[in-house]
Design a binder for this molecule. Structure first.
Ligand code: AMP
Ligand code: ZN
Ligand code: FE
Ligand code: FE
Length: 277
């Protein structure tokens, strides 16, 4: 059983349609794949339908942009009620935050001598229900290839937190997001908590408090975690009786090549433990 619990389609900042993502997951030899687009669930139906056709297990998920003590934390939610009112209200606030920052980001880029238009941007985000910084990156790579050869070149110094075109946006408070997922009948797993791009605000004691809020697991096996980081996170998870997951965070051709489907997987026992909760 090969299980990958974190992937993105072009309904957020991935490049595959939900159907293609599911077909590619099957071709990559996965038995179970979770679709976890940023901040919404519009890809679920298409993914579920295709999964039934090609014969692969499909977990319906989301990756919510949250904040803890001023730091960005990504929260994976699985198999919750898609129509839960309180959860949808909060997700709508997060998505509005994504859209509201767009004019300011466009203005900052123009100020720095690299103007792009709303049309340039929507050419890259037209399939997405939630716009993201990778769409800005793609528009800049297209328009200014000499200055920005790839997405990394745009994130570096420009789109990364504190960069020249960076604009802070609303994120859901982490504990609130966990509670909303749980109240909607779902499971909550913190995504790549000690990613090299994040500071380690989520200490063991913080994780213990998040367990009280309903947290179910920690994504330990992720390409942003080196071996030592994984060992340390695994021991915290074991101590707190949290499920350990592993996943690719696949974004299609839009992310680095080493984030391929199934590059990290979740052990079947941990998968059983998560969905047995
Ligand atoms: P946003 O959702 O607008 O906050 O943008 C953050 C997203 O950009 C993350 O979830 C990643 O998927 C993506 N990202 C971050 N750094 C990079 C990078 N260097 N290259 C490509 N995508 C990135
Ligand atoms: Zn993403
Ligand atoms: Fe993430
Ligand atoms: Fe992700």
């Amino acid at each position: 059983m090969r299980i990958d619990l974190h992937t993105h389609s072009n309904r957020s900042d991935g490049t595959d349609s939900p159907a293609d993502l599911v077909r590619n997951a099957r071709a990559a030899g996965l038995d179970v794949v979770a679709l976890t687009d940023h901040d919404h669930t519009v890809g679920w139906d298409e993914a579920v339908e295709t999964a039934a056709d090609v014969g692969i297990g499909l977990v319906r998920g989301i990756e919510i942009s949250t904040t803890f003590q001023g730091h960005s934390v990504h929260l994976l939610g699985y198999e919750f009620d898609q129509h839960d009112g309180a959860l949808n209200d909060e997700l709508e606030r997060v998505r509005q935050g994504r859209d509201q920052r767009i004019p300011t980001m466009l203005a900052k880029l123009a100020e720095q001598g690299y103007p792009i238009t709303m049309e340039d941007l929507t050419r890259h985000s037209r399939d997405a229900a939630a716009s993201g910084r990778p769409h800005f990156a793609d528009a800049l790579v297209e328009k200014y290839p000499a200055r920005f050869p790839d997405r990394d070149a745009v994130f570096d110094g420009w789109l990364n937190d504190g960069g020249l075109a960076y604009v802070k946006r609303y994120s859901a408070p982490l504990q609130t997001a966990i509670e909303l997922i749980k109240a909607a009948g779902g499971l909550a797993v913190v995504a790549h908590p000690w990613s090299s791009k994040r500071s380690r605000v989520l200490t063991r004691d913080v994780f213990a408090a998040l367990v009280d809020a309903g947290l179910d697991g920690i994504e330990v096996d992720h390409n942003d975690h080196d071996e030592a980081t994984r060992v340390e996170l695994r021991s915290i998870a074991n101590e707190l009786d949290l499920v350990v997951t592993g996943s690719s965070d696949y974004h299609g051709t839009g992310k680095k090549a080493d984030f391929f489907l199934g590059c990290n997987t979740t052990h079947p026992d941990e998968y059983e433990r998560l969905f047995g909760r």
